[in-house]
Design a protein around this ligand. Structure first.
Ligand SMILES: Cc1ncc(COP(=O)(O)O)c(C=O)c1O
Length: 365
């Protein structure tokens, strides 16, 4: 079995996978109940009231839900988004907005720098045509956690869209308190379900005004929600097995101590990894004060003979799967600390990296 140090797809437990062994009709009352349980649990984890927010479930991966949110929420004529970007996922938002022809401006930071709250506030205050703010909480490109507790300081209300794809479940995100209107995450991140659907925690008072905005049939959150409310069904074939697995994953999530418990394990894994790698001479890409517990980026070793593919293949031959870097400027690789990983798995990885260094006579620094 491969051990995934990759933050998506990530490792899931055997019991979560086993929950897929049952076929269920989408109209079966038990399945309908599973959907309702998932929706209400996601709202509880978001610290919101059911009267104010709804959890829209959408087939597909995180990017589908981000694109669906932009399609649904933005009016082409009047709305303009401020996209704040310090990595590939911020850049992806700009790419989506360009592709679907919605107006935006972008505030860009280096990939190893946190987005600066004062700049964001200034950009919004200075441009009254900005109606929406969109950013990434945990920038999985680098591992940086961006600040998200500042929207209450704005002198006017902008709609706040947050990509929490890799942070939801590992960080407390009090959605209504932070004025987040649309929070996006997926089944195969920190809840540790199988890949297959994404969810959007949506402000109902805004979502109900979004009828007809989306220039897409499938990526219309308004329609998805309206149909769900009327029929308790998905509009199109639901990923029944994946939803069963997700319900099981939510139970295991509770058993581990919910967000606090999961954050504790991920943090222990990340800190051990970071300390051990630094003691082997590897350098961190992100300042430890901005580093989250999701993924860690390491600079390539100084040795000119270092070959990432050789390193990857060596570890993969031992069933240890790491991630290449995604930086545009620096040469890096990444190691995730989320999913059903144990400390024993992290020990295995460190021992294998030590063996690689010894066998190839690698000069790390
Ligand atoms: C922060 C962030 N945003 C968006 C995505 C895209 O999600 P997906 O690959 O599920 O489409 C990812 C994927 O890892 C992510 O980490």
């Amino acid at each position: 079995m491969q051990i995934l140090f990759t933050p998506g797809p990530l490792l899931t437990t055997k019991t979560v996978k086993e929950a897929a062994l049952v076929d269920m009709g989408s109209r079966d009352p038990k399945f309908v109940q599973i959907i309702q349980n998932i929706r209400s649990t996601l709202l509880k984890l978001s610290n919101v009231e059911e009267k104010d927010y709804t959890a829209v479930l959408l087939q597909g991966s995180g990017t589908y839900a981000i694109e669906a949110t932009f399609h649904t929420v933005l009016k082409r004529e009047t709305d303009k988004v401020l996209v704040v970007s310090n990595g590939a996922y911020g850049e992806r938002q700009a790419k989506i907005l360009t592709a679907i022809n919605k107006k935006f401006v972008k505030l860009t930071y280096d990939e190893n720098q946190k987005c600066l709250v004062e700049d964001i506030i200034k950009a919004i205050e200075e441009d009254p045509t900005i109606t929406h703010l969109s950013m990434v909480h945990s920038e999985t490109t680098s591992g940086i956690i961006n600040d998200i507790d500042f929207v209450h300081r704005l002198s006017r209300r902008v709609v706040f869209i947050l990509d929490a794809v890799s942070s939801f479940g590992a960080y407390e995100i009090p959605v209504s308190k932070l004025n987040i209107d649309f929070l996006i995450s997926t089944s195969n991140k920190n809840i540790q379900g199988l890949p297959g659907f994404a969810f959007v925690i949506a402000n109902k008072s805004i979502l109900t005004q979004c009828k007809g905005n989306a220039a897409s049939l499938v990526l219309d959150l308004y329609d998805q929600e309206e149909y769900m409310l009327k029929t308790q069904q998905f509009r199109f074939t639901p990923p029944t097995h994946v939803l069963r697995c997700f319900e099981c994953a939510l139970k295991e999530f509770e058993e581990e101590g919910s967000i606090k418990g999961r954050q504790k394990r991920y943090t222990e894994l990340q800190q051990y990894l970071s300390q051990q790698m630094q003691s082997l001479g590897f350098k961190l890409f992100v300042d430890p004060k901005d580093q989250g517990c999701i993924i860690t980026t390491f600079l390539f070793p100084k040795d000119p003979n270092f070959n990432f593919n050789q390193f990857y293949d060596y570890l993969a031959a031992k069933n240890l799967i790491i991630y290449p870097g995604k930086m545009t400027k620096a040469e890096t690789f990444r190691v995730g600390s989320i999913g059903a990983l144990t400390m024993e798995n992290m020990h295995q990885l460190i021992e294998a990296i030590k063996a690689f260094i010894a066998e190839t006579n690698l000069q790390v620094q």
